[in-house]
Design a protein around this ligand. Structure first.
Ligand SMILES: [Ca+2]
Ligand SMILES: [Ca+2]
Length: 624
């Protein structure tokens, strides 16, 4: 269809396009207001520039520079946008001049091909050796009150509260003391003047840091400071949609840039399981990929190759500019698989170690695994490094807080065969979209401690939502996004500071020390980062599993360390017993308590290991 229209235009050009051109040149000389991306790097794939301006519809583009050329140009019907494809891969770093000329005059813009920075310490990717810390950028710490307006309203749950990049940067000691190695910040891109967009998920400008959070220089400093500490940064990216304040909403660069328009679009029914259903209709799938997530989030049309190119180029620009280590990808199922395959293929060709984690908000591993990379479904491998482990999130809450037996967790983990790489899954028991664990009915400190033990010891990459380590409370969105205590001296939040041990309440300190102790364990024992998992027993109230290498045979002298984890939600102290024959415990004689320090003595008797566990208790041992 596209080719047919092209031919048609070639025929019509003599009769129709000439008067249009004359009309346009009457309007004046070309104007260039902005160029996306703002710069590029010669060794990266050839870029497509999106030029924003006026009177561009009959302009001729020219390039001044060495070993660079314009490959082709496409201009929007209203003359507000020009797509300019450049050939830059043979060039050296240099300043270029881009010139647009029409009958009324010309305009020039400076644009740069930069030298790439050395790869050392950049683009590292996150993995199961890491611990990820999720910060809601507006709600962690206000490092610069001067950037709080407009919309600053710390008393309003959906207002801007003043948190910013400098505030995060000032508290890296705290994050490191907790044992986190990787920072995931909620989106930092400008949301323009969109009301109540403190969450950042409705971008108006994909190349600008939101002024509430600071500047690009602030972001680059934060990333440099993280890398200097051998920590990593994960960028929250939203290729599915933009916000209503984007200039594209009422003046799209092509007529099909968005799925529908602000005035006319459908809203998705969120039935993402229909994407995997081989018997679903095309309309069912269309509803998910083309329907708007909400009315205030215009849906991008990634089937348009120029939209896809723009979005991938944007991801590459941030990766190269900041040295990003990974992406957290928002609303993953709501974009077609073809786009994800291209996104990962092109990004990983330049950054082979960069990793991605996708939000697939569903408790069924049959569905979440459908989106994982490493396997083709419907003929397409998305390339996604890993989905978030939403099934473990739902199940952890069910078994720890409700009457669901612990066997349910073992049964869920038994479905790990569905994933090409279950060891990569990013596990969590809460995030910025869920009610705080401590605000669930029946929650208490002991149950939260059990949740931390499972998080730190199960296969996968643990992820913590900032504040859970000090047992923060909070109901459903937006109450789950309360200010971090101590980050907002000017706000009406708690005046004590949880960033320093002396500022924490006793219960905050107890939870922080517990979580930090576990993440220290996670860092010190290779069994968590690269070991297998063998589930030894589960019943109504307890579960026991081993982590380590070569678990298919029993302990051998001088073999690698294996770690036994026992969790009991029983309201009374109990003995958790498991057979040792034909398990990873066979022949093991030494059980050294690792966590907590008061873990009881393991007894070996009648072919069984018996582990004494306190009421709502845990025990972790180094086994040999
Ligand atoms: Ca601020
Ligand atoms: Ca979509």
């Amino acid at each position: 269809m596209r080719r047919l229209l092209g031919n048609l235009c070639a025929v019509l050009i003599l009769f129709v396009c000439v008067p249009l051109i004359l009309q346009a040149s009457d309007a004046g000389a070309p104007v260039m207001n902005r160029i996306d991306p703002p710069n590029w790097w010669p060794s990266l794939p050839n870029p497509m520039l999106l030029v924003y301006g006026q009177n561009l519809n009959n302009a001729k583009f020219a390039l001044q520079g060495r070993q660079v050329r314009i490959e082709k140009t496409q201009i929007s019907a209203n003359g507000h946008y020009a797509f300019v494809w450049l050939k830059t891969q043979q060039a050296r770093p240099q300043h270029l001049r881009i010139k647009a000329t029409n009958a009324s005059g010309s305009v020039e813009a400076d644009w740069e091909l930069k030298a790439r920075e050395p790869e050392t310490g950049r683009h590292q990717g996150f993995n199961a050796a890491d611990v990820m810390y999720l910060i809601m950028t507006d709600r962690f710490a206000d490092g610069d009150p001067a950037n709080n307006q407009p919309g600053y309203d710390p008393a309003a749950p959906r207002g801007w509260h003043g948190g910013d990049l400098r505030g995060v940067d000032e508290h890296l000691d705290y994050i490191q003391q907790l044992g986190a190695t990787t920072l995931w910040l909620t989106p930092i891109l400008s949301n323009g003047n969109e009301k109540d967009s403190y969450h950042g998920y409705a971008a108006a400008d994909l190349y600008a840091v939101d002024s509430h959070f600071g500047t690009l220089a602030d972001y680059l400093k934060l990333v440099r400071d993280l890398h200097a500490r051998r920590m990593k940064i994960v960028f929250d990216i939203v290729p599915n949609h933009i916000g209503l304040d984007s200039p594209w909403v009422h003046d799209p660069p092509t007529p099909d840039w968005l799925h529908g328009s602000a005035e006319q679009h459908t809203q998705t029914r969120y039935n993402i399981q229909e994407l995997a259903d081989p018997h679903a209709t095309a309309a069912d799938g269309w509803d998910i990929t083309h329907g708007w997530f909400v009315d205030s989030m215009p849906d991008l049309n990634q089937s348009n190759p120029m939209v896809a190119k723009y979005l991938i180029e944007n991801a590459m620009w941030w990766t190269e500019t900041a040295g990003l280590d990974g992406f957290r990808i928002d609303t993953f199922p709501y974009v077609g698989r073809e786009f994800w395959a291209q996104f990962h293929r092109e990004l990983n060709a330049v950054y082979p170690k960069l990793t991605t984690v996708g939000e697939i908000y569903n408790g069924d591993p049959k569905l979440t695994s459908f989106f994982a990379g490493g396997v083709a479904h419907q003929g397409i491998d998305t390339g996604l490094y890993t989905p978030f482990d939403f099934p473990v999130y739902f199940t952890m809450r069910d078994v720890l807080l409700r009457n669901t037996p612990m066997t349910t967790l073992k049964e869920l983990l038994g479905q790990d065969y569905l994933y090409p790489h279950p060891e990569r899954l990013v596990t969590f028991f809460g995030n910025h979209d869920t009610k705080r664990f401590m605000s669930e009915e029946g929650a208490n400190a002991d149950k939260l401690k059990m949740a931390f033990v499972l998080l730190a010891t199960l296969r996968g990459t643990p992820e913590i939502y900032s504040g859970d380590e000090i047992a923060m409370q909070g109901g459903d969105d937006p109450d789950n996004r309360r200010d971090f205590p101590g980050g907002f001296t000017a706000s009406n939040s708690d005046s004590s500071t949880a960033f320093m041990p002396a500022g924490r309440t006793q219960s905050q300190q107890e939870m922080f020390a517990w979580a930090a102790g576990l993440f220290r364990l996670h860092a010190q024992h290779d069994a968590f980062a690269s070991g297998d998992q063998q589930d030894l027993m589960a019943d109504a109230t307890a579960m026991a599993f081993l982590r380590g290498k070569d678990l298919t045979t029993g302990c051998k002298r001088g073999g690698p360390e294996r770690i036994l984890v026992v969790v009991s939600k029983d309201s009374a102290a109990r003995s958790v017993e498991m057979e040792t024959a034909q398990t990873g415990l066979e022949g093991c004689t030494s059980f050294k308590p690792l966590f907590p320090s008061a873990a009881g003595e393991v007894k070996l008797q009648d072919g069984k290991a018996a582990v004494p566990v306190a009421a709502e208790g845990v025990a972790v041992y180094s086994v040999q």
